[in-house]
Design a protein around this ligand. Structure first.
Ligand code: BV8
Ligand code: ZN
Length: 250
């Protein structure tokens, strides 16, 4: 179970004109996708994601890195969005209906938010379903398709890499611009299911707070973001979010 949702949080959210949400791997955990800090399973248990999710790892062994991503893609294909994803779809719908603003910034690459029906999604770290040719730069989205060769090849013959942002790589400019605009505009900010250890997403709650937004963190455990949260609710997002969104409906 989780700690209860404070009335003043509900009152503040009901008055919000622009809501920005940041999600991390914890939001997909209840769908069955291991978080970055969970031990990887089976064949990959002895690997540290922080080592594999780097340009150096791909340069060293593109076949191994693309096998790892294909293994994760299989997991993503086998699971469904959970009640936390759907609660965020409901929040977006109700704000849209009132002509109010909603932006969902996700660090996740699994596209479960979009599969649940979220529309205004900013993929800060790209998508595990995209392949980008390292030679001609062509980007292909192959949702639901697994690799037949490792690494996959482009029609130009070039080697393809996963369409995600690796550690040490710059974030997509458009995703960053959309994120900072949403942080500037929002008067209510959620940080949900993230350890708040990876920059620049880990600074978003501070930016929102400095822009006078009310901030809430929903996470299994406290994080470096917790001191910046007006409210911290410990628990599972799949349990907390539906109850929270339900209390908004008149
Ligand atoms: C950048 C895509 C400018 C790939 C990811 C030194 C050298 C080089 C770089 C750096 C450096 N020091 C700092 C940096 C910057 C670096 C960084 O922050 N490193 C950290 C590790 C210190 N950042 C970058 O490199 C970024 N680029 O800054 O560019 C630059 C460039 C060069 C040098 C300096 C600066 C790019 C970062 C993007 C990396 N790519 N993903 C892939 O997926 O394979 S990051 C990846 O890990 C995820 O996308 C996510 O962002 C992160 C994991 O974080 P979380 O999502 O928070 O997941 P985690 O498992 O950690 O936590 C889950 C939480 O949920 C837990 O707290 C848990 O308690 C909770 N939870 C679990 N279940 C539930 C739950 N909560 C609620 N309900 C539940 N049911
Ligand atoms: Zn190509």
């Amino acid at each position: 179970m989780f700690s209860s949702i404070p009335d003043d949080l509900i009152h503040s959210l009901c008055k919000a004109k622009a809501v920005t949400v940041l999600t991390g791997a914890g939001v997909s955990a209840e769908s069955g996708i291991p978080t970055f800090r969970d031990a990887m399973d089976g064949l990959w248990a002895q690997y540290d994601p922080m080592d594999l999710a780097t340009p150096e790892a791909f340069a060293r062994d593109p076949a191994e890195v693309t096998r790892w991503y294909d293994h994760r893609r299989q997991k993503c294909m086998a699971v469904r969005p959970n009640s936390g994803h759907y609660a965020l779809v409901e929040l977006e719908r109700s704000l849209d209906e009132q002509g109010l603003s909603f932006t969902l910034i996700t660090q996740n690459v699994d596209r479960l938010h979009q599969r649940a029906g979220s529309q205004a999604v900013v993929e800060l770290h790209g998508s595990i379903w995209d392949w980008i040719c390292t030679c001609c730069g062509e980007k292909k989205e192959e949702f639901g398709m697994l690799c037949t060769e490792y690494p996959p090849r482009c029609t130009c013959g070039g080697v393809c890499r996963p369409g995600v942002v690796w550690f040490g790589e710059m974030l997509p400019v458009v995703a960053l611009e959309l994120s900072f605009a949403a942080l500037e505009k929002c008067d209510f900010f959620f940080s949900i299911g993230t350890s708040s250890l990876v920059q620049p997403a880990s600074e978003f709650i501070q930016i929102a707070g400095r822009n006078r937004a009310k901030t809430v963190e929903i996470n299994l455990e406290p994080t470096p973001a917790t001191p910046w949260a007006d409210w911290y609710i410990a628990g599972r997002s799949g349990e907390i979010l539906p109850g929270l969104i339900e209390r908004l409906s008149p």
